[in-house]
Ligand binder design. Structure first.
Ligand code: DX5
Ligand code: ZN
Length: 220
């Protein structure tokens, strides 16, 4: 079995001490930096944009996993490639021509991800699953950190695992929102590969140990 990955979400970091928090993640057992970009249109919140990602990139020594919660993401594919994103995830609900968007992301040398809002069925990806490197199943409504985990997510993970297996695809399943040690084991058992965790990591008194706990549970 491949290693299960932990992706701390920088949205929950202390922005006044961003370098410190990034170096904590560098030293920790975490695998990816999860970067939430929100435009105040696709989601009812604005997070941060290019200058902050540029600053993060200067210090980050791990995979940069960018989650775009923006309308018309095609406009920014080249920009995020130039900023050093390794994975670029767009929302299913924000793409009229998803297949074309995925090809454009890959043409820029990035891994292509698709995020699904809680109401969006994983079955909608069946016809395009072999073109997707990563599916991000939202286990909260996107827009804010610190929300509670939606229990229906387990079923979506298991259904998506079935679709990936049936199509002989190598797509990774990422879970985003309300992830903690309380649900990490069950998510991995259902078929998850990557766990994003924001508040649970950064609001913990010992974030590095918290990352390690998640990692051990996920790889238990
Ligand atoms: C929500 C973001 C998440 C968020 C997760 O819109 O996409 O990545 O930062 O935060 P927690 O782990 O606090 O739910
Ligand atoms: Zn996210």
């Amino acid at each position: 079995m491949a290693q299960k990955l932990i992706a701390p979400s920088v949205l929950a970091a202390d922005f006044a001490n961003l370098q410190r928090d990034i170096e904590m993640v560098n030293k920790s057992g975490a695998d990816w930096f999860h970067i939430d970009i929100m435009d105040g249109v696709f989601v009812p919140n604005i997070s941060f944009g290019m200058p902050v990602l540029e600053a993060i990139k200067k210090h980050a020594e791990k995979t940069i996993d960018v989650h775009l919660m923006i309308v018309d993401p095609d406009r920014y594919i080249q920009t995020f490639a130039a900023l050093g994103a390794d994975n670029l995830t767009v929302h299913y609900e924000a793409c009229t021509h998803l297949h074309r968007t995925l090809q454009a992301i890959k043409a820029q040398g990035m891994k292509a991800g698709v995020a699904l809002n809680p109401h969006t069925s994983v079955r909608l990806l069946e016809d395009v699953i072999n073109d997707i490197d990563l599916v991000c199943i939202m286990s909260v409504n996107p827009g804010f950190g610190g929300q509670s985990f939606i229990e229906h997510t387990y079923k979506k993970v298991a259904d998506l695992r079935g679709i990936i297996t049936r199509n002989n695809a190598s797509t990774l399943i990422e879970i985003d929102g309300g992830v903690s040690t309380a649900n990490a084991g069950k998510l991995v058992d259902a078929g998850a590969d990557v766990l994003v965790a924001g508040s649970f990591v950064f609001k913990s008194k010992t974030p590095e140990e918290t990352i390690q706990e998640l990692k051990s549970i996920a790889n238990g």
